[in-house]
Write a protein that binds this ligand. Sequence first.
Ligand SMILES: Cc1cc2nc3c(=O)[nH]c(=O)nc-3n(C[C@H](O)[C@H](O)[C@H](O)COP(=O)(O)OP(=O)(O)OC[C@H]3O[C@@H](n4cnc5c(N)ncnc54)[C@H](O)[C@@H]3O)c2cc1C
Length: 367
Amino acid sequence: MNTKRITILGGGIIGLSSAYQLMQRGCDVAIVDPEPGRGAAWVAAGMLTPGSEAHFGEERAVRLFQAGLDTWEDFARELGGPEQNSVGFERCGTLEVAVDASDRVQLEQSVLLQRSLDIDVIEKHIDEAEVIEPALSPHIRGLFSVAQDARVDPRRVLQCLLDALRQGGARFVASEAVSVALSGGGVAVTLENGTKLESSTIVCTLGSWTNRVAGLERGPKVRPVKGHVLRLFGPPLLTHTIRATTRGRSVYLVQRPEGELVVGATVEEMGFDTTLQAGQIRQLLNDAQSVVSGIEELELREVSAGLRPALEGLTPIVDWLEPEKILIATGHYRNGVLLAPLTSLAVTGMVLGDPYPSASLFGSIND
Ligand SMILES: Cc1cc2nc3c(=O)[nH]c(=O)nc-3n(C[C@H](O)[C@H](O)[C@H](O)COP(=O)(O)OP(=O)(O)OC[C@H]3O[C@@H](n4cnc5c(N)ncnc54)[C@H](O)[C@@H]3O)c2cc1C
């Protein structure tokens, strides 16, 4: 058994899944975060859809997303149990929808790229829509199906990770980290109250806050990208995840079997501001209504806004800032739930000197 002492800075979905995987491999882990189990994934919809955001020039990222999806089923079984499926993993498939003719042209481009990356996207005739997904608007102009896609409930994933870590003896330190510095043969984290935590390695999974801790200035430049999300509730309207383009804007709808319907999401460059804005909420509702009938009857249970950690490109980074001492895993932008299991395996492999095969698909600090 390996008894390396590892401190994880940031207990969002990337930090908690990395802590979990390291604990499973025998490491002694501590997680530093004033509010672990929240972060962007608390707001996220939980789509596991590698192809839907494919852009030309980002083929490497899509290959990484695909590898991310390939690791999810085993992770869900391990974390949530084979029968009770506590994380809500479902192979529900995605319907990619175009609302008008120019949305259809845009969607066709995306489909070409997805197919070139071996993602199986099948065109459906519009007349089939009412059989495949009866609540879809009869006015849509394009319909494509991706059967491999899945979804999870990110809040349940976070809860399962917290429970497993607590049961396994991981330590939680409810504080912000202020600085990081090499110390003797290891590395030290200074907390808000001046206390220092010494460990052999630290893993920085600070999402949008990556550049806010002293000592990490040479790390990748990460910026927050705000997203509003609505949580509606009522009798389930959908079985598939819907990703639509409606008059040039994107909207998605993620149904949970218990009746929650997640509608998202705006993409806003607003720094660290998470104010909830009426206009953005109205736009999301209008866009959702243009794709699916029956939205207006549902209860509006929750509006929230989260911060996606974004880099210049779509490929997140898992790399050493200081070899064997300070590892950084960040920049998961819109795909951190999809990539949490794979990132945690990549992080664990690097910390323990036992590289995980598809870890090479992640970006490096000096790319
Ligand atoms: C609206 C929205 C919808 C999304 N939908 C999806 C989706 O459907 N599918 C998908 O795959 N992804 C989705 N995402 C993206 C996904 O949620 C993120 O990529 C992912 O949660 C990033 O996780 P993280 O752990 O890297 O960062 P974060 O979740 O931001 O976690 C960082 C943590 O660091 C902590 N922290 C900050 N500063 C300090 C400090 N100084 N010391 C200690 N701790 C600190 C914070 O409290 C936080 O807990 C969505 C995101 C948003 C906002």
